[in-house]
Write a protein that binds this ligand. Sequence first.
Ligand code: PBG
Length: 330
Amino acid sequence: METMFERLRRLRSSDTIRRMVRETQLSVNDLIYPVFVVEGENIKEEVPSMPGVYHFSLDRLDEEIEAVRSLHIPAIIVFGVPRHKDALGSEAYAEQGIVQRAIRQVKEQAPDLVVIADTCLCQYTDHGHCGIVEDGQVKNDPSLELLVKTAVSQARAGADVIAPSNMMDGFVYAIRHGLDEAGYEHVPIMSYAVKYASAFYGPFRDAAHSAPQFGDRKTYQMDPANRLEALREAQADIEQGADMLMVKPAMAYMDVIRELKDRFPYPLAAYNVSGEYAMIKAAAQNGWINEQEVVLELLTGLKRAGADLILTYFAKDVAKWLGGKHNASF
Ligand code: PBG
């Protein structure tokens, strides 16, 4: 009998055949794990709104790095929480700053682990903004100089990749130039090219003590309503020398991920941010969703949308679920 419809179920009939026709593979190679470092001693303190995520003092960091390494996660991104904050965020570019010390220590312990440095000022400024504030306004061009100093000091400490997240105009240009002049022309830039002014960053700001003390970040981070502007942000950063692009947050912006991937032939990262993590954790802790299945589905969805790399607080869990093997995939 001739049927008038396509039998799509034929290729779903067993796990093995599903595995054969699966279009998207999530691999441990895709993962980047965010790590928070704080000053002080003997600190391993859980972030209240991010269960399973900790602040580490440097003397307690080894264990975490060893865990990441043994799970074959290729990279971490380091966020510093300094003790001292001031108007110019001077600890962001201090030779003995918390991030600079952390990078040196991690590279010594695990030379093969790729260490990405987040280049921003908001954790380091007393006003909590990502640039210099004058007359209640975040000034663009004067901030670039401090961001360049920060990036160069991170590269000098041994950072393998610089990831500027500050959303000042021209930041990739300035940082590329500054790195080249300082002899770090080989260090790539992963630009937070498309970073929205998002409520999903809430738990991170608790974790990093980086909430703005007045106003918000809407004069520099993007309006969540905008798609075409995201393309211009990405284009600008590529022209200025970005090697990799990022979209942040991830879940509410999968259309933007797809569009960037279709238009720009560059490695693309998606940042599965703190609020996304907290929502899943909270629901899972209540027994309302299956954490493992939801997380693997979400991250596979991000890859299907076009992300090559995923920054996620779930990285260690995912690596375990995938079997902890180099090329394990879901
Ligand atoms: C620093 C920075 C932020 C995040 C990463 N880098 C916070 C912000 O812009 O307020 C957020 C990460 C997350 O929410 O997981 N500018």
